[in-house]
Design a protein. Structure first.
Length: 71
């Protein structure tokens, strides 16, 4: 398998051993088990139950948002 470059929050990231799914990517980023995470790929929100079956493609633009408390 070759390299894969995606943009995570507008920052390019290249993987020599690409993650197969969104779930795999979030595991590598240590975000899989965190609560309050929202993810969109190419401006489309991906619901958490769909993360394992959402495959990544070259050039995907991935937005990861983590909810925070504040007042």
């Amino acid at each position: 398998m070759g390299n894969l470059t995606v943009f995570i929050n507008n920052h390019p990231q290249t993987f020599d051993d690409p993650p197969a799914s969104l779930s795999d990517l979030l595991t590598r980023l240590h975000l899989q088990e965190k609560k309050g995470i929202a993810v969109a790929i190419n401006n489309s929100i991906i619901l958490k139950p769909k993360w394992p079956e959402k495959f990544l493609s070259e050039g995907d633009r991935i937005t990861i948002i983590q909810a925070t408390q504040g007042g």
